[in-house]
Design a protein around this ligand. Structure first.
Ligand SMILES: [Zn+2]
Length: 382
């Protein structure tokens, strides 16, 4: 049965960090007039028949064609309400924010992932031209657009334009600074399509990241971790349980050689990176002068807190590595995983003209959005 196959596919891609991390990505299957789509707040790795929301496809088409107010906030508010109203009776969960994109892809199965290998193209200077070089004219490129209704409509227009030109639907969509959407009518085709995509990109990538471990100054890293925790506690007084842990390897060491070398990782590449690893990564040059180090750490943490309302999940220190900061192991694990994902994206993007972060307007939009998410987590007692 289709839903069982969807659960299998979701677990398969959800379990592999080369496709998605944490709560990233979403999947769907169409069955007659019903779309089963991943519920927001669930992970693909833990997919089950209960983690999908049943949506009325006729109503989803209605959302795509309805005329909404011009005001962006009011438009998105109404569109979200209509999306909630498009759930089949009895559905309580919130459908993925990318539900409309799934409805628009004219294939039975749709898998949306954030693979660092493919994001080496979506987050690169060459962008669209690299996508065409790698995939030929089988791919649709969707430029940076704020998530929500406007992105869904842009995807719809791009699919229509492709259809007029090729008399066929596109199986691969690349979302700039975001990820991959791939569609097929059988689960087998979904798997072979993803294999093909990986093979094609790998054929164009000059080198893979080197995550081998390296020796580092343990005493210095403990001292700085202690200072990071101290300053975080001073700034964010309600959180005594802060921890800070050094993360480094051969590739990270290459990036933290200098502020210039770190530039590709200074700002977030994609929405996932913002949510889990921060909208930017402060870079600190620290000497052995402990007073100066205290001040520099305090200033960096304070500036980040003022911008985003939280302590930076990741802080880079020249010639050492990055510190992962957080209050729970789960959040620290996610921050480390997403930072390593960003390192991979930066390395792969070297083969496509170099890395490009999310534009500031979009970063701001997603940060505002994340505050909403954060609030709902707080109210849920997390
Ligand atoms: Zn996504």
């Amino acid at each position: 049965m289709s839903l069982e196959q969807l659960v299998d596919l979701s677990r398969f891609y959800g379990a592999n960090p080369q496709w998605v991390l944490a709560g990233g990505g979403n999947t769907s299957v169409k069955q007659n007039d019903t779309l089963y789509v991943k519920a927001s707040g669930t992970t693909l790795a833990d997919a089950s028949e209960e983690t999908f929301v049943r949506m009325d496809r006729t109503r989803l088409a209605g959302v795509l064609h309805k005329e909404y107010p011009r005001d962006a906030d009011e438009r998105e508010r109404q569109a979200l309400q209509d999306l909630m109203d498009a759930r089949r009776p009895g559905e309580e969960r919130r459908p993925s924010v990318e539900t409309l994109m799934h409805e628009l892809m004219p294939f039975r199965f749709v898998v949306h992932t954030h693979p660092p290998l493919v994001n080496g193209i979506t987050c690169s200077r060459e962008g669209q031209s690299a996508a065409q070089r790698v995939f030929g004219d089988t791919v649709v490129w969707v430029p940076n657009i704020n998530p929500g209704l406007i992105l869904a409509r842009a995807v719809g227009d791009a699919i229509e334009a492709f259809r007029r030109q090729h008399n066929d639907a596109p199986r691969i969509i690349l979302l700039q600074n975001h990820g991959l959407v791939a569609g097929a009518d059988t689960a087998e085709e979904v798997r072979s399509l993803h294999k093909t995509i990986f093979g094609q990109v790998k054929g164009h990538v000059a080198r893979m990241p080197d995550f081998d471990s390296i020796p580092y100054d343990g005493q210095r890293s403990e001292l700085l971790a202690y200072q990071l925790v101290k300053r975080a506690q001073e700034l964010d007084s309600g959180t005594p349980e802060y921890r800070s842990v050094l993360l480094t390897n051969r590739e990270i060491a290459r990036f933290v050689r200098s502020e210039n070398a770190f530039a590709p990782l200074a700002r977030a590449f994609s929405p996932d990176h913002i949510v889990y690893a921060g909208h930017r990564t402060p870079f600190l040059k620290l000497t052995d002068d402990i007073i100066a180090a205290k001040q520099a750490i305090g200033a960096a943490l304070g500036a980040f807190l003022a911008e985003s309302g939280r302590i930076p999940p990741v802080v880079a220190v020249q010639e050492l590595g990055v510190f992962i900061n957080g209050r729970t192991q789960r959040k620290m694990d996610a921050a480390a995983a997403l930072f390593l994902d960003a390192v991979q994206v930066a390395v792969h993007a070297e083969s496509f003209g170099g890395a490009v972060p999310l534009p500031p307007e979009q970063t701001e939009f997603i940060m505002g959005w994340e505050v909403e998410r954060f609030r709902s987590q707080v109210s849920a007692g997390e």
